[in-house]
Design a protein around this ligand. Structure first.
Ligand SMILES: N=c1c2ncn([C@@H]3O[C@H](COP(=O)(O)OP(=O)(O)OP(=O)(O)O)[C@@H](O)[C@H]3O)c2ncn1[C@@H]1O[C@H](COP(=O)(O)O)[C@@H](O)[C@H]1O
Length: 109
């Protein structure tokens, strides 16, 4: 499973030069960053709505599906900007053992 982000990153890189008629990712790049950001915003809202539904219904399938759509479109956004999941994983890794509350407190010192 840990290879999933790496494999998807490779596919996304290759799709930058693919035919927009044959590839959804290539069609997003062809439309530009604003279109990609619009999709990230849409998927974010759909994820929030699915999570609120799950809170009441206990049904989590839509949360998984919408979160996957959100992560995927965030990865397309990173790819468009010359970044990848590697950069985000490195940032998260650098935060291990650092309490979120301590980090927040250190900002005001
Ligand atoms: N993981 C995904 C993935 N997740 C979601 N999607 C697409 O993201 C879109 C989600 O948008 P919506 O639900 O809003 O549907 P929509 O109404 O069609 O979108 P709009 O017309 O409103 O833009 C759908 O077309 C999904 O098929 C994905 N498309 C591609 N991938 C991966 O990217 C690879 C490359 O895809 P292509 O570039 O299409 O070859 C694939 O092999 C997959 O591994």
């Amino acid at each position: 499973m840990s290879d999933v982000l790496e494999n998807l990153t490779r596919v996304l890189e290759a799709r930058k030069s693919a035919d927009p008629e044959k590839s959804y990712v290539a069609s997003l790049h062809a439309k530009g960053l604003n279109k990609i950001l619009e999709k990230v915003g849409e998927e974010c809202t759909e994820t929030l709505l699915a999570a609120k539904d799950a809170e009441h219904s206990g049904e989590t399938r839509a949360v998984i599906s919408e979160t996957a759509d959100l992560w995927f479109h965030c990865m397309v956004m990173l790819s468009n900007l010359g970044l990848s999941s590697k950069d985000i994983l490195a940032e998260l890794s650098s935060r291990f053992d650092l309490s979120g509350l301590e980090e927040k407190a250190s900002r005001s010192k």
